[in-house]
Design a protein around this ligand. Structure first.
Ligand code: FMN
Length: 162
């Protein structure tokens, strides 16, 4: 079974999360899985062939995924994810580190994972996990301690749902 992790990343943190997930699924409890991580600007239609699980992640940028990631999701044809299990994640700053006015906006507008998940289900994907966020300690990172391990566990749990 094929798992594809599509990600975007500006400073490398989301890429690290995507690679940790790929490793966790590929070397996970079920040897039937093969997993591949591909950056959004390198994804071709061949990558999506026979994919059983599609995980898509982006850094949160002004409450949303990056433009490249959003465009890619929008470019997927209608119903193209029928029969594909999907999940979405983002990286984000801890809201408690943001100034109060920004905290309010974050509460209102949220993070990248939810709109990604909506885009995937709109195209027929079956959502197998709630959209998840992984924390960076600053705009350029690094990831908060323990987040890579949490990402691995999240990915393993998703892969086990079949
Ligand atoms: C222009 C810009 C906008 C950002 N907007 C948000 C935001 O709305 N919410 C948030 O939690 N983090 C925000 N961040 C922090 C990013 O989420 C952080 O840079 C990202 O997780 C790093 O991932 P990467 O290394 O893969 O690029 C923003 C960062 C930049 C540079």
């Amino acid at each position: 079974m094929k798992a594809l992790i599509v990600y975007d990343s500006v400073f490398g943190n989301t890429e690290q999360v995507a690679r940790a997930m790929t490793q966790a699924i590929g070397a996970g409890i079920d040897p039937a899985w093969e997993a591949l991580a591909v950056k959004v600007d390198a994804v071709g239609s061949e990558h999506l062939e026979d994919v059983a699980l599609l995980v898509v992640g982006s850094p949160t940028r002004v409450f949303r995924p990056t433009p490249a990631l959003s465009s890619w999701v929008k470019s997927l044809p209608e119903n193209s994810l029928q029969g594909v299990r999907v999940a979405a994640f983002d990286t984000r700053l801890p809201p408690e580190n943001a100034p109060a006015p920004l905290r309010l906006l974050i509460k209102l507008f949220g993070w990248a994972a939810k709109p990604i998940a909506n885009g995937l289900t709109k195209r027929g994907g079956e959502l197998v996990a709630e959209p998840e966020g992984f924390l960076v300690t600053g705009t350029e990172g690094p990831l908060k301690e323990g987040e890579l391990e949490r990402a691995e566990a999240w990915a393993r749990e998703i892969a086990a749902k079949h």
